[in-house]
Design a protein around this ligand. Structure first.
Ligand code: SF4
Length: 742
């Protein structure tokens, strides 16, 4: 048998015959894990790694005793969080010890029950079922879904293995659910997916305008950075709900749901009308302003105010405020991104920044706050909507670069992106996709129109779920579960919202036979028969070096950063860091200080379009608008991890509830804590009533963490980003005596 690096690594566990993996030695749980935590992890000291929940990317100091992580505290000298952490960060180690960890591969048997199997059997079944589907129905018959929770090396490995190695045509990531809108908005206006800001801008603004963003809850440490602002800033929140951030703001514009695009055009209208624009910046650094000015002339505040449900003076005074202060920054997140017209709304915010010259200076910017810890890494390196490294699949020079750096034949590189997430589900419905490999995400809970999603997942000929837990709604549907290590149990790099690359490290041993996703990919590559293509992918840090080369010459160039050790010592580094460039440790860096953008002519674009009504109308018998969002600072997405912490559970709402305006509740005879049936055209769920004037009349709010919330949501999508519009669907309310099930 010829020597092979992967077989070398797992040593006697492999036996190959006729080029096929046929046997893996039986290993009891605990005998086939990640081994001991590496010695350089200061077995009795402290080591810092980036948090594995949100995109803020806080540094957490993990305290080790005898090579075991025993506790953590927020890193005092990390430039992101300066010694602060939200509850999720403080409890980051707790989910690792959960009893429902996946510790062995599980394969569904002929009786329909998931039963333990050896890794050899699991790998063999993965390969045989997926290869058979491809042989019978074509390479497009198997697709993958990844996650912004993986470090960038693993994301790159997944995308490269699936597309270059296994020949899959379609794959996407759960970043489609949160950040696709910002990606498209930035690409079309700046020429690259490039959030321009640094967190110091939160502290250096005179005016901060938050649209569809609730950082008090969703990004608490970013809110702490706002609180540190010493410039007496005006804080403006544009949101239908009186969120925690709106309550802390100096102004709240309670716009009607989905009215934000029109409102922003009306603000631009006033700025143009009054001449409150930076003509010199527009002339020197942008293209398309005249068309934009003509467009917004059609949005006079007097008309827009009526449609948006706010006062004319609020629009006029917001424009005056933007004009009157030197440093204005515009921030958005899911309230914008998860809209049927999210891309154009984000671009309206970008336009406000461009036309007033609020970009490239301290305290300014058109700033998308990312969602997941490594959503930025997924956006650039997952090999889904971009060719790995933020390139175009159809760019011959980029393809040649990938060929040279990775040693991949051009013939193996697709010529265009595959289907988006929702289109993959449509392909399942048509029978075009019959096998699906889901890594670290939970669409049976999180995907819009959940009943359809579950029905389609159940229809697959073969569903593989690679995850930390066996109990996720998606893992329960799987034919094969591959047990994966989680954050804290492996090495890699995340890229946060402000483009900062930060290191994660192994500080704990994965349980049982669980392996890092990186090692699972290595084993699958070998089992599939494409191991030679990934022979150089020996470790996350080796792959990081490959990714540095792939980034070279791109706007996201980080070829000038060192290895993990240097990144660690510097407290992370924000791209770009070109080869030979010196960056001061802890420096905060923003883009576009020179007014040059990443478009071919160096000019930013104004992109605009007439607003459209939401796809589902809100009228009898479904007269309320359902708004969804984050429930509390202690909850994360589908709660597969935060739900494991007793502390975080105590900090979260005690019962799943729906927020209702008291006036609406009175008309429906709904009292505080009554049970309410919330129904849409797609199904009904039962929740406790929570009466609050935080939601406007005619709207209700339910948290995304509630497993049934997406039974209600309507599957419409931004046409440019294909991001689901979670923030709007029509529902009805009805008081009931109690839950119909216990
Ligand atoms: Fe982690 Fe985000 Fe909380 Fe910071 S704000 S500790 S990155 S979850």
């Amino acid at each position: 048998m010829s020597k092979h690096p992967i077989r070398e690594r797992v040593g006697a566990m492999w036996h190959a015959r006729d080029g096929k993996l046929t046997q893996l030695l039986d290993r009891k749980p605990g005998g086939f894990g990640l081994g001991q935590v590496p010695r350089d992890r200061a077995p009795d000291g402290t080591t810092t790694l980036v948090c594995g929940f949100c995109s803020t990317g806080c540094g957490l100091s993990v305290h080790m005793r005898d090579g075991v992580a025993v506790n953590l505290t927020p890193a005092v000298d990390y430039p992101v969080n300066h010694g602060m952490a939200c509850p999720k960060g403080w409890e980051a180690l707790a989910p690792l010890a959960a009893p429902d960890r996946a510790t062995v591969p599980l394969l569904r048997n002929s009786a329909g029950v998931l039963e333990e199997v050896r890794w050899t059997a699991a790998l063999d079944r993965f390969v045989r079922r997926f290869q058979a589907l491809q042989a019978a129905h074509g390479p497009q018959a198997v697709a993958f879904l990844g996650t912004g929770q993986l470090p960038v090396e693993e994301l790159a490995f997944l995308g490269a293995l699936a597309k270059f190695g296994m020949g899959m045509v379609h794959g996407d990531a759960n970043t489609r659910q949160c950040m696709a809108t910002s990606v498209v908005a930035y690409k079309e206006t700046f020429g690259f997916d490039a959030p321009p800001y640094t967190y110091a801008d939160l502290e250096e603004s005179d005016v901060l305008v938050f649209v569809g963003a609730n950082p008090c809850i969703a990004h608490p440490i970013l809110w702490e950075r706002v609180v540190r602002n010493r410039r007496q800033p005006e804080i403006v929140v544009i949101d239908p709900r009186r969120t925690e951030t709106a309550q802390a703001a100096t102004r709240h514009l309670a716009v009607r749901p989905q009215g934000d695009l029109e409102l922003l055009y009306a603000v631009a209208h006033v700025l143009v009308r009054e001449g409150w624009i930076d003509r010199a910046f527009i002339a020197a650094h942008t293209r398309g302003f005249d068309g934009f000015a003509t467009h917004v002339a059609g949005y006079p505040p007097a008309e827009v105010a009526v449609r948006c449900g706010i006062a004319v003076e609020d629009i006029e005074s917001l424009a005056r405020l933007i004009h009157s202060r030197e440093r204005v920054s515009f921030w958005w997140t899911m309230g914008v991104n998860q809209s049927h017209q999210g891309v154009r709304t984000a671009q309206a915010l970008i336009a406000l920044a461009l036309m007033t010259g609020n970009i490239g200076r301290p305290g300014t910017g058109a700033n998308s706050i990312t969602g997941q810890c490594n959503a930025m890494g997924s956006r650039l390196f997952s090999n889904t909507s971009n060719l790995i490294g933020g390139h175009g699949f159809d760019d011959p020079a980029a393809r040649a670069k990938v060929t040279a750096v990775l040693g991949v034949d051009d013939a193996r590189i697709p010529t265009r992106p595959g289907l988006a997430y929702d289109q993959i589900f449509e392909a399942i419905a048509r029978g075009d996709v019959r096998g699906l490999w889901i890594v670290g995400t939970n669409p049976a809970h999180s995907w819009i129109n959940q009943r359809d999603a579950r029905e389609l997942l159940a229809r697959l000929d073969f569903l593989v779920v690679q995850d930390m837990y066996t109990t996720t709604e998606t893992a329960k549907l799987a034919h094969l579960v591959l047990p994966a290590a989680g954050w804290g149990e492996k090495d890699g790099v995340f890229i946060n919202s402000e483009r900062r690359l930060g290191v994660i490290k192994q500080v704990a041993r994965a349980p049982g036979q669980a392996l890092s996703d990186f090692r699972i990919f290595q084993l699958l590559a070998d089992a599939w028969g494409c191991g030679d293509l990934f022979a150089r992918w020996r470790s996350p840090e080796v792959v990081f070096a490959l990714l540095k080369e792939l980034s070279r010459g791109q706007p996201c160039d980080f070829s000038g950063v060192g290895g993990y050790r240097e990144l660690d010592a510097d407290g992370g580094v924000q791209w770009p860091v070109r080869a030979g460039e010196q960056v001061t440790a802890g420096a905060e860096r923003r883009l576009f200080a020179d007014g040059r953008f990443f478009t071919p002519d160096g000019r930013a674009r104004f992109v605009f379009e007439a607003p459209r009504p939401p796809a589902e109308s809100v009228r009898t018998p479904y007269p309320f608008t359902l708004l969804t969002g984050r429930g509390s600072a202690s909850q994360w997405h589908t709660e597969t991890r935060t739900g494991k912490s007793e502390v975080l559970r105590k900090l979260a709402p005690a019962a799943d509830h729906v927020e209702i305006n008291p006036d609406d509740a009175a008309l429906l005879h709904i009292g505080p804590t009554d049970w309410v049936r919330v129904s849409s055209r797609r199904g009904a769920i039962e929740l406790r009533a929570f009466l609050t004037r935080g939601v406007p009349r005619g709207s209700v709010f339910a948290a995304m963490h509630v497993v049934e919330t997406n039974v209600l949501t309507f599957p419409s999508f931004d046409p440019y980003s294909r991001q689901p519009a979670y923030k709007h669907c029509a529902v009805a309310l009805e008081r009931i005596d109690g839950p119909s099930r216990g």
